[in-house]
Design a protein. Structure first.
Length: 139
């Protein structure tokens, strides 16, 4: 089983990354990204680029592997929290990490009337996580 592939999209505008887990073969996961998903929509909408298999294969890096399917969502969430990839915008909280769950009402977008300080104190704000700490959490 494979987990934690990261597709790096080196475009002329800005480099972007996306972390995803998979229990299928990597080639099948890449095929899924060719037909739909965040990498495809980002490249098309923001850069006018149609994603190709060659592009995906050349810009995909295996970050980690884990044979325990129960740990995959946790490992994925830890890498997302640690690396903070541009394309992994969480619509919902990182379910695998209880410390990252949002409190009721915190998923509401900040309004123009809120001060910068109020916006910074969001409960879903990502904090730095070292790889060593991630490894300790997975033991």
């Amino acid at each position: 089983m494979r987990a934690g592939s990261r597709a790096n999209e080196e475009t002329e505008v800005l480099p972007s990354s996306y972390i995803c887990m998979t229990t299928t073969k990597l080639s099948r996961r890449l095929t899924c990204h060719l037909t739909s998903g965040v990498p495809k929509s980002h490249l098309l909408e923001k850069h006018g680029i149609t994603i190709t298999r060659k592009f995906l294969e050349e810009n995909t890096e295996m970050v980690d592997m884990c044979a325990d399917v129960r740990r995959l969502p946790i490992l994925e969430a830890l890498y997302i929290k640690d690396i903070n990839p541009k394309l992994n915008v969480q619509t919902y909280e990182l379910q695998a990490l209880p410390s990252m769950r949002r409190k009721k009402g915190s998923d509401i977008q900040p309004t123009e009337t809120q001060s910068k300080e109020e916006q910074k104190s969001s409960t879903n704000e990502r904090r730095p996580l070292t790889r060593e700490a991630a490894r300790l959490l997975l033991k």
